[in-house]
Design a protein around this ligand. Structure first.
Ligand code: PEP
Ligand code: MN
Length: 356
């Protein structure tokens, strides 16, 4: 497959002419993706493009240039889609100015546990409830998650408290059932290059949060995202969750530079995970703030009501509920300083009072 892109100066090229170009492309049985930017419009072509067509397009009125995307990933690249992708899930917009907070336990443990934590996430101003029903554990004898029942518990807690839900899916066979119960599917670090799973996500109909493999380069992460996009699912978020380095004080090294780098290379939203990125509770709030200051579109943060007795080893990196609430309050103050907004869904009266 060959991909090319066409660059058009929008202030010279009227909409009718863009439509004309799209018609020519579609007549050849190819798909055209139009992205209107502030100073140019880019029409991305997907498919095998014969040289005659590319020459014809080059000659058309309004066409500034016809360029082949040379990167190995195409749909994920900013060249193909200059504007930020904003994923709208039931009114929660991920990828724009708004900061989105996903909070909750590492694992769903019981209906009571997830319900209690969901209430706390909502009260603090979070928009998404996180929780694993299927856990990718390093050792086979460790707790593997409560399974499908956990999906039901999470869906109920999310509905009851007005939160979206995100949960990890580990194998292609479970994609459909997870997609039925959760609003967002999470692909864990260990599965970033599980290509059968990525292909299946292309047709799952739900947004995907793709975690960076702990030894993956930016290029490998973006190529993994490309599998999902090429399969027909445009709603992919990239997640920096720490990489393996020589430093052993922290569980992983949260690569803060990944946030602006990925945003430069790609139009996809970037979410930071300071919990797995550090593995230490006391580092979660500072690295959350640093991630937002670096431009992250949102955070995924572990929070537990009884972290010492959590069923996975991730209690040590889980915030207590009051720390989680404190962090969100700080983010609300930080947001306007770094040109972002943070909607904690306050009542109009509360909003009015906080302005005065
Ligand atoms: C998790 O989110 O609980 C998790 C297992 O994440 P990761 O795949 O980044 O280790
Ligand atoms: Mn975890």
């Amino acid at each position: 497959m060959t991909y090319i892109m066409i660059v058009i100066t929008s202030n010279v090229t009227p909409d009718e002419q863009i439509e004309e170009i799209v018609k020519v492309i579609e007549k050849e049985g190819l798909q055209a993706h139009v992205s209107k930017g502030a100073d140019r419009t880019v029409i991305g072509l997907i498919g095998s493009v014969n040289p005659k067509l590319s020459e014809h397009l080059r000659q058309m009125k309004g066409v500034e240039s016809v360029v082949k995307i040379s990167k190995s990933y195409k749909l994920a690249s900013r060249d193909f889609h200059p504007e930020d992708t904003i994923i709208d899930i039931k009114g929660v917009k991920i990828g724009g100015k708004e900061i989105v907070i996903m909070g909750g336990p590492c694992a769903v443990e019981s209906a009571e546990q997830i319900d209690e934590i969901a209430a706390l996430v909502k009260a603090a101003g979070g928009q998404v409830l996180r929780g694993g029903a299927f856990k990718p554990r390093t050792g086979p004898y460790s707790f593997q998650g409560v399974g499908v029942e956990g999906l039901i518990m999470m869906q109920e807690a999310g509905k009851k408290h007005g939160l979206l839900t995100i949960t990890e899916v580990m194998t292609p066979e479970y994609v459909d059932i997870c997609a039925e119960y959760a609003d967002i599917l999470q692909i864990g670090t260990r599965n970033m290059q599980n290509f059968d799973l990525l292909r299946k996500l292309g047709t799952c109909g739900k947004p995907v949060l793709l975690k960076r493999g702990f030894s993956a380069t930016y290029d490998e992460l973006l190529n993994a995202a490309e599998y999902i996009l090429a399969g027909g699912n445009p709603n992919v978020m990239l997640c920096e969750r720490g990489i393996r380095t020589f430093e052993s004080y922290t569980r992983n090294t949260l690569d803060l530079a990944a946030i602006p780098v990925l945003q430069q290379l790609s139009h996809l939203p970037v979410i930071s995970d300071p919990s797995h990125g550090t593995g230490r509770r006391e580092l979660v709030a500072p690295m959350s703030k640093a991630s937002i200051a670096a431009g992250a579109n949102g955070l995924i943060v572990e929070m537990h009501t009884d972290p010492d007795n959590s069923m996975t080893g991730d209690g040590v990196q889980s915030l207590f509920p009051d720390q989680f609430a404190e962090l969100l309050k700080d983010l609300e103050k930080l947001a306007p300083i770094v040109g972002r907004t943070f909607n904690t869904e306050k009542s109009p009266a509360e909003k009015f009072l906080s302005r005065v």
